[in-house]
Design a binder for this molecule. Structure first.
Ligand SMILES: *Cc1c(COP(=O)(O)O)cnc(C)c1O
Length: 839
């Protein structure tokens, strides 16, 4: 093995050099030998593919060396299990993390092409819905950058999150065929295929030691084929792996039917398996109780755990030290079936005793909770479980029995406690509570912001907290400054680096040094100019894609995130209508010109969220055309918000809208990306907003709204939205204007469901927060009139955003949950070979 790797290194070296000349040559070679094209007939996509392979070649040396280092040495590996990875485009990220952006730009230019245009060719691999999937991607970047051995495991969806187009103001979903032109970033590993079982029944038998064991006879199987994508760290040799599983038909593919001429029967069993990895469920913070969804979960979990065990057994003689070599993190409950699957593998396949298996399982797993919305906690009916995963159901019952027996001895006679803690929810139809399974089977349970973790401890999971206070720990989210500042905002990055050097990219706290420049007029002028250029770039995009002309000097007020009632995009648009009415009533009013920019996808089945999109577009239609407004107010809904659009949007924001109902947003990470790019925040005391405000200072944050205890309190006392409607004439005017059909060509029915839900329920308390929000927006405008002050506040926001680097988050996970340590990957042979060849 060693020698073949060695010889590879020498051959590879020559063709993967980093000089402009070598890059140019490799680019041309890849166009010819891989794409099978030459200049005269190449499309922009051909050029993109050729360049992508050029980059991948330059990752491979480090990637294979990383894999080998982990194989050779006693290292603890972090396995991050997530149903979603919203990686964003790979090409730009590779250029950044390999630090070869400039030489590649020159090589591309020397070939008569434009790098920006080639970067735009890459489809955004949208294998996630929003924050949760993007968090997984940021974590992989930080893990590699911190040189922590890690593998991300997930599903290689053939169709990722749908593309959103807007037609007549409504969201229309278009399938995301991201693999259509091939994917140069992945390598298929058919040799590492695994099998996953479904359905059937179980049998008891006695093993050769006479011990009672269980055998699962499935009704069908699928196979998982791994596709590996390199995850390069920034400024390090470490290139970790994202391993995504594709489902194909197992051995039960019906050859007999096929041979007997039953082609349809044969094909349908094949299709059934392949459907598993066909499409991402486009839900965010709402569960989907469909069988296929549970099939996806067990599919990727079983593939991944079998892979982890196989990896372990390559190095060690048995599995008793698994918890010393593996830390498995469950990103929400989507992979929570892992607890039962690991037990099944250890008990049934590896013949371990229950107590040993349980101890290893608990020591290996840790669980991250992502939601405070009770309706979003995953539950599966017992009947679905017993038909799809009969053996897992038995194991879950056994875990539950043993667990509840313990609880009985700790808290005798408390039947209510038992039923609250049980893994099984009684009721018309019995259900398995996946969050409970995750809590019981893990040694650590964490929330994703300080407030969120407190609410888990004292509300959502309070009974578990009472049992095991030591399991609960907070890990405030973070984002990677490499993608979200260096790649997205190159000009600001260059300005920062010119002042404080480049160490901030891996030690984000160093941004504090910028505080010294808040009164430096040249620095402030440059800062302001860069923000303006970023805004101009976004304005150009908007003009091109939506035809709306925008005043670059207006205040860019931006809310981009999934559309959800708890995030309250409708609160923002109500306030826009309020502002519009003020202008209509007094066309000469002196207001700060604003551009309201919205973006985000609604789950296709979430009617109210789709109606909010329609309302935003309807208001935009009226406001943008009204001559009374005189361009002082513009409303834009940017279609198809995605990671790559985010890279354009976050750097262009003056104001970041983070206005969720207090106690509903677990953390938010968009809030962090805005802050790092010099936007000021208008927000509630929710999720990580609280910590952002703590860091940047109260005076540099626009706070409004009810606190979480106030929300709870108002609900407990019987919240009546009508009261606010009747006592606040401005709010009433806004609601009446929408109800009367002003924005819907006289149609009074169109927005009625939305208005009624506010008037009669208002679960997310928009009316209660309305006036405070309007008043706060007034403070925003007044501040914006003083551009010097605004810029100073923006600089302080960036200077104090260091805490929100995912590097900080990952260090905390490593120290306090995973007990994982950095492992240096050395490329000594590589550099030696390099020297010889060069010499
Ligand atoms: C960061 C990000 C999110 C999360 O945004 P929140 O404002 O925290 O909800 C969602 N989608 C994409 C594409 C992102 O980049």
């Amino acid at each position: 093995m060693e020698t073949s790797v060695q010889s590879n290194i020498k051959i590879e070296d020559d063709r993967t050099g980093l000089s402009v000349e070598t890059l140019k040559r490799a680019f041309a070679d890849n166009l010819f030998y891989i794409q099978g094209k030459y200049n005269a007939i190449a499309t922009p996509n051909d050029y993109y593919m050729a360049l992508a392979y050029t980059l991948r070649d330059r990752l491979l040396q480090r990637w294979l060396k990383t894999v080998k280092t982990y194989l050779d040495r006693d290292v603890k590996i972090v396995y991050y299990l997530s149903a979603e990875f919203l990686m964003g485009r790979h090409l730009g990220n590779s250029l950044i993390n390999l630090e070869i952006y400039e030489s590649v730009r020159q090589a591309v230019q020397a070939s008569g092409l434009n790098l920006d245009e080639l970067l735009e060719q890459e489809p955004d691999p949208g294998l996630g819905n929003g924050g949760l999937g993007r968090l997984a991607a940021c974590f992989l970047d930080s893990l590699a950058t911190l040189e922590i051995p890690a593998i991300g495991y997930g599903i290689r969806y053939e169709f990722g999150i749908f593309n959103q187009s807007i037609q007549d103001g409504w969201q229309v979903e278009i399938p995301d065929k991201w693999l259509r032109f091939g994917n140069p970033w992945e390598i298929e590993r058919p040799d590492a295929t695994v099998e996953v079982k479904f359905g059937g029944h179980t049998e008891v038998y006695h093993d050769d030691k006479g011990q009672e064991r269980v055998r699962w006879i499935p009704s069908h199987t699928a196979i998982g084929i791994p596709f590996d994508t390199p995850v390069p760290g920034y400024d390090t040799n470490t290139v970790n792996t994202l391993r995504l599983w594709k489902a194909e038909a197992g051995d039960d593919f019906n050859f007999q039917a096929f041979n007997a001429g039953d082609y349809d029967g044969a094909v349908s069993s094949k299709m059934r398996s392949e459907t598993i990895s066909k499409v991402l469920y486009p839900n965010d913070n709402t569960p989907q109780g469909r069988q296929l969804r549970l099939e996806q979960q067990i599919f990727f979990v079983s593939c991944s755990l079998q892979d982890i065990i196989r990896n372990h057994l390559r190095k060690y003689k048995n599995l008793e030290n698994l918890h010393e070599t593996a830390a498995i993190q469950l990103n929400d409950t989507h992979p929570a079936i892992s607890i039962a699957e690991m037990m099944r593998l250890l008990l049934d396949e590896h013949k371990m005793d229950w107590d040993v298996a349980w101890r290893i399982t608990q020591r290996t797993f840790a669980y991250t909770n992502h939601t405070l919305m009770p309706e979003a906690l995953e539950r599966w009916t017992v009947s679905l479980f017993s038909s799809l995963l009969p053996r897992h159901l038995e194991i879950i019952y056994e875990i539950n029995n043993r667990f509840l027996n313990d609880v009985k001895t700790w808290y005798p006679g408390d039947d209510a406690l038992l039923s609250r803690l049980s893994l099984i929810e009684e009721g018309q139809e019995k259900q398995v509570r996946m969050a409970h399974l995750a809590c019981v089977g893990s040694h650590s349970v964490n929330g994703v912001a300080a407030l969120h973790t407190e609410l888990l401890k004292h509300d959502v999971l309070k009974d578990f907290y009472k049992l095991w206070p030591e399991k609960f720990i907070n890990k405030t989210n973070g984002v990677t400054p490499r993608r979200w500042v260096l790649l997205s905002n190159p000009k600001l990055s260059a300005l920062i680096t010119a002042k404080i050097g480049k160490t901030w990219l891996t030690h984000l706290d160093e941004l504090r040094k910028l505080e010294a420049y808040t009164d430096d007029p040249v620095f402030c002028k440059d800062w302001h100019q860069i923000k303006r250029e970023n805004k101009a770039k976004l304005a150009e995009y908007i003009q091109y894609h939506s035809g709306v002309e925008i005043n670059v000097d207006s205040l860019f007020d931006i809310q981009v995130k999934r559309i959800h009632e708890y995030k309250r995009q409708h609160l923002a648009i109500l306030q826009v209508v309020g502002l519009y009415i003020k202008i209509k009533n007094n066309p000469n009013i002196d207001i700060v010109p604003r551009t309201f920019i919205f973006g985000g996808k609604a789950a296709p089945g979430y009617f109210m969220a789709k109606l909010v999109i329609k309302l935003i577009n309807s208001v935009a239609n009226v406001v943008n055309k009204d001559p009374d407004v005189r361009n002082r107010l513009k409303v834009v809904f940017l279609p198809n918000f995605s990671a790559s659009l985010g890279q354009l949007i976050y750097p262009a924001a003056d104001l970041s809208e983070q206005i969720s109902t207090a106690g509903k947003e677990a953390s938010g990470t968009g809030n962090m990306k805005f802050t790092m790019n010099g936007a000021l925040t208008i927000g509630t005391l929710d999720g990580a907003n609280i910590e952002i405000r703590e860091e940047v200072g109260d005076e540099n944050f626009f706070l409004f709204g009810l606190t979480t205890p106030e929300v709870y309190d108002m609900k407990a006392k019987g919240y009546n939205p009508q009261h606010f409607y009747q006592t606040n004439p401005e709010l009433k005017a806004v609601i009446d204007r929408i109800s009367m059909g002003y924005f819907s060509s006289g149609d009074t029915e169109l927005f009625k469901p939305l208005i009624d839900s506010l008037m009669y329920h208002d679960d997310y308390m928009l009316f209660a927060d309305y006036q405070a929000y309007v008043d706060c927006q007034e403070r925003v405008s007044e501040t914006y009139r003083d551009q010097k002050k605004w810029t100073k506040m923006a600089i302080l926001n960036v200077a104090r955003s260091g805490k929100f680097s995912a590097d900080r988050t990952i260090k905390e996970y490593c120290d306090e949950i995973w007990h994982a340590k950095p492992v240096k990957v050395s490329l000594e042979e590589y550099t030696q070979a390099h020297a010889t060849l060069k010499g």
